[in-house]
Design a protein around this ligand. Structure first.
Ligand code: AMX
Length: 436
């Protein structure tokens, strides 16, 4: 397989680079940790490593060194498409350099070979009560596939440590290949009377998802490719990425680890924010007719939300301090193809109003929109209005990033994670000593 060969070629050099860094500089300090950080969700504590993506607080995400606009130009696209092959992005994540069109297609072909979802996964999905959240169905489907894990089988058969990454890559490819069909199945089961649309082997991974969702507008194929690209990876400290990494660090396979990450993504401060965001936009539309064109009315509505003790979903970020470039890419997509769409226009107007409101309130460190502030309005435009489902689409995408990271973590022999905890009394003592 092309990805395996390309990683294998780089491994001796990478392993020596890491060994040398730790051997010769293991005692060099990377930073200090304050009591505020210990009690404050470890915000900004530098304690993770990934070479796949990096979030600059001002510039936003870079994938393997490339900004989002660069990536959209760099990666090969299917004939006639405006957005790249997702297989090309996965190649970039795993190999470190951009693929040729042929290399991106090879990844797509591998996914097609591995895409068949076993019936028992659908049986598990079907057995859940109708009001189960789509994220519960999706997470469970990924976990159910665990019995397929090659890593698990090989580990128990006694594989060598320096080969762990190989079945991890196989598992990751097998899992990613099946995600569009699982997600679309959940959508059609829950919202379209179980009228399932079979996969189309002639389509690329992103377009096939769009096809199986049953969205008639061909532009949804490009939106799907764009969406999967933008939500895939955001360095290692966010909840879904860190959870996946933590669980995998115990040598759990990717099915266990990714399903744990998805459970984290389901939280309202993380992936669920995109559904909360659309919900908020719809409440603006319903409760404030003037807000569609009157900035002052919209400003007041935003203040009412804050004064009622709620956050404005889609705004703010733990790391970013500027408009998220993933937001900008989606805004540009909407502006190009459907600038007059009602909800999209409202989302764009909110961008002109909410940052000032948050600045005035003075609490949020980042008053700018994040990736979630607009993604729901684009789905809504294409008729995907069931916003409970939005985090599943995010999850499909996020597994690209976390699985690529898991392969490399295993290839470089990253150990089990085990930070140290202290008691409050110990922290008080440390504080007292620091003052003395
Ligand atoms: N609206 C209102 N208040 C906000 C806010 C927002 N959009 N963003 C931050 N604040 C508040 C926080 O609630 C906090 O208040 P507190 O002191 O009373 O607890 C204060 O500002 C400081 O928070 P912060 O340091 O700026 O943010 P954080 O790192 O603690 O949290 C985040 C980051 C994203 C959870 C937060 O900005 C938020 O809740 N945003 C809205 C939800 C959202 O959009 N989540 C999606 C994030 C992206 C993703 O993972 N998908």
């Amino acid at each position: 397989m092309i990805l395996k060969d390309k990683i294998e070629q780089q491994l001796p050099e990478w392993r020596e680079r890491v060994r040398k860094l730790v051997r010769e500089n293991g005692d060099v300090k990377v930073g200090d940790v304050t009591i505020a950080q210990v009690y404050g969700g470890m915000r900004s504590v530098k304690s993770l490593v990934t070479d796949i993506s990096y979030v600059d607080p001002v510039e936003g995400i870079r994938f393997r060194g490339h900004t989002i606009p660069e990536i959209l130009k760099l990666l090969p696209k299917p004939d006639g498409a405006a957005m790249p092959y997702v297989g090309g992005l996965y190649y970039l994540f795993l190999v470190g350099s951009a693929p040729t069109a042929q290399q991106a297609q090879e990844v797509e072909t591998e996914w097609k070979k591995r895409g068949k979802v076993p019936q028992y996964v659908f049986d598990v999905i079907n057995s859940l009560p109708p009001d189960a959240h789509p994220m519960t169905l999706f997470t469970l489907a990924v976990l159910t596939l665990q019995r397929e894990s090659l890593f698990s089988k090989k580990y128990h058969a006694g594989i060598q440590k320096d080969q762990y990454w190989e079945p991890m890559l196989e598992d990751s490819m097998n899992l990613v290949a099946k995600l569009p069909e699982i997600a679309a199945y959940i959508y059609r089961l829950k919202y379209k009377n179980g009228d399932i649309i079979p996969s189309d082997p002639d389509l690329d991974w992103g377009a096939n998802f769009a096809h199986m969702m049953g969205v008639p507008d061909p532009l949804y194929k490009d939106l799907s490719r764009l969406y999967f690209l933008l939500h895939s990876d955001h360095e290692s400290g966010n909840v879904s990425a860190h959870t996946t990494h933590l669980v995998a660090s115990s040598l759990s396979d990717i099915y266990y680890a990714a399903s744990a990450g998805l459970s984290g993504l389901a939280g309202p401060l993380h992936g669920l924010a995109n559904q909360e965001c659309l919900n908020w936009l719809l409440s603006v539309k319903e409760e404030c007719a003037d807000c569609a064109y009157d900035k002052e009315a919209l400003r007041q509505f935003a203040w009412d939300t804050l004064n009622s003790g709620q956050v404005i979903p889609g705004y703010g970020h733990a790391v970013l301090r500027k408009t998220d470039p993933r937001y900008t890419a989606q805004l540009e997509f909407g502006k190009k193809y459907f600038p007059e769409d009602e909800i999209f226009k409202l989302a764009a107007l909110v961008y002109e109003v909410v940052p000032d409101v948050l600045r005035e309130q003075g609490k949020a460190k980042d008053p700018w929109p994040n990736v979630d502030a607009i993604s729901g309005s684009l789905q809504y435009h294409f008729g995907v209005k069931e916003f409970d489902f939005y985090t599943v689409i995010f999850g499909v995408s996020r597994i690209l990033g976390v699985s690529a990271n898991a392969v490399w973590a295993r290839a470089l022999g990253q150990p089990i994670e085990r930070p140290k905890s202290l008691t409050t009394a110990m922290l008080e003592e440390i504080a007292q000593k620091a003052k003395a």
